[in-house]
Design a protein around this ligand. Structure first.
Ligand code: ADP
Length: 406
């Protein structure tokens, strides 16, 4: 019999979950993870155990699983059987936006929900779904503690020059700032470094989170100093389907000369750009690496070019560079992309160990490399579970009343 923490990541049509068991000696152990996908269309429950063994792959009745509340109810039934003998003690939620207030997770109460609802306009594609997940748990289990963990929180300590655009102050005060995202991933990596790479943990490190969403973050002594993502998760690196940095004049042109409206721009920038838009082949780096199409090669060239360019910029931001860490789907699994980035960044003092890189070792730079290079798997769900567990013990979290206004 162990205490269990449920981690939820509610998206537009999916409810991803992980269950961690509190293990007295070692902290948290993954029990199971999965998702209900196709909510509102063709819902399916997919789940596997922490060991990788398949636990479920079931079609669910579409008329019964039409929204997040119904999906959660279904998940609750499944978890009830799965967790027999264990006791659910809290739910941790991934919440995309904590605005300027939250530099740490928050125990959810009415005031926190009201504040998070006020941030919907800053992340209209994600925040409402995150809130729907929170509300659905509240309705079903009103007394169960819930904790909101924010993608923006890790970046709240940025120096002001990294938090601003060169726009009038009134707009900044209204919330148009460089929030930065993927914070739970960066925080997890920063926590891992003292164990994995103690020599660099206190140093100047750039972490490249390269997944279907991609960004980079410069940290110093474990604290985020600057990120490539800004007001939304569109800025910075090109991604699977998102554009990355784009001259805002392009948007003015598209609106003035080609009649684009908000929905057209949203579709273009979030879904039809990035590797997919540029290559017209795929949003998946594996497909592009396997393709002979010239535009697939160009898309990868552009991806590598922009990563290397941001690496130089972020090194300037932290006034030097001791190490680079690759993480997320592409960063953890593609030796080719890592090698190409490292070659372009040789001028910074990176001497790649090609054999270690190809073998997927943790340290992939040569012993004498002035800047060391590492591959560290990220685990955003574990980070959320850790925060939630700590919140239960009354540590490092803020309620709305204590939220730091910056
Ligand atoms: P998300 O951002 O959705 O959490 P992940 O971090 O899991 O995504 O990354 C998913 C991406 O990782 C996929 O789009 C795919 O391009 C890339 N990926 C996964 N495995 C490999 C691989 N072996 N080589 C290159 N890219 C890979």
């Amino acid at each position: 019999m162990a205490d269990a923490i449920l981690v939820l990541n509610a998206g537009s049509s999916s409810l991803k979950f992980s269950v961690f068991l509190v293990d007295g000696a070692d902290g948290l152990a993954l029990d199971s993870k999965g998702q209900i996908e196709g909510i509102g269309t063709q819902p399916r429950l997919i789940a596997k155990a922490g060991s990788g063994e398949k636990l479920a792959e079931d079609a669910l009745p579409a008329d019964e699983v039409a929204g997040h509340a119904a999906a959660l109810s279904r998940l609750g039934d499944w978890l009830g059987e799965q967790l027999e003998g264990h006791s659910l003690v809290a739910v941790g939620h991934r919440v995309v936006h904590g605005g300027v207030d939250y530099g740490a997770p928050a125990v959810i109460d009415d005031a926190v929900i009201a504040r998070l609802e006020g941030l919907v306009s800053l992340a209209p594609l994600h925040q409402p779904h995150n809130l729907a997940g929170i509300q659905a748990v509240r309705e079903k289990l009103p007394d169960l503690p819930q904790v909101a963990c924010f993608d923006t929180a890790f970046h709240r300590g940025h120096p002001e020059v990294a938090d601003r655009f060169a726009i009038p102050d009134a707009l900044y005060q209204e919330g148009i700032r460089r929030y930065g995202f993927h914070g739970l991933s960066y925080e997890y990596i920063a926590q891992q470094l003292p164990e994995v790479a103690p020599d660099i943990a206190k140093g100047r490190v750039v972490i490249a989170h390269l997944g279907s969403g991609a960004s980079m973050c410069a940290i110093k002594d474990g604290h985020s100093i600057e990120s490539t993502m800004g007001f939304t998760a569109l800025d910075g690196l090109p991604m699977g389907t998102r554009c990355g940095a784009l001259d805002p004049g392009v948007l003015l042109f598209l609106m003035a000369e080609k009649g684009y409206g908000i929905k057209d721009l949203e579709r273009l920038l979030y879904h039809d750009c990035g590797l997919k838009g540029l290559s017209d082949v795929s949003n998946d780096v594996r497909d592009l690496l396997a393709s002979e199409a010239p535009m697939a090669r160009l898309a990868l060239d552009y991806f590598v070019h922009r990563i290397a360019r941001e690496l130089g910029a972020l090194a300037a931001s932290i006034e030097g560079l001791d190490a680079v860490v690759f993480t997320a789907g592409i960063g953890e699994n593609s030796p080719e992309i890592r090698e190409r980035v490292c070659r372009k960044a040789a001028w910074l003092g990176i001497d790649l160990d090609e054999a270690a890189n190809a073998a997927g070792k943790t340290r992939i730079s040569k012993a004498g490399s002035a800047v060391s290079v590492w591959v560290v798997p990220t685990d955003e769900e574990k980070m959320i579970a850790l925060h939630t567990w700590k919140a239960l013990q009354g540590e490092t979290v803020t309620g709305a009343g204590q939220a730091a206004a910056s």
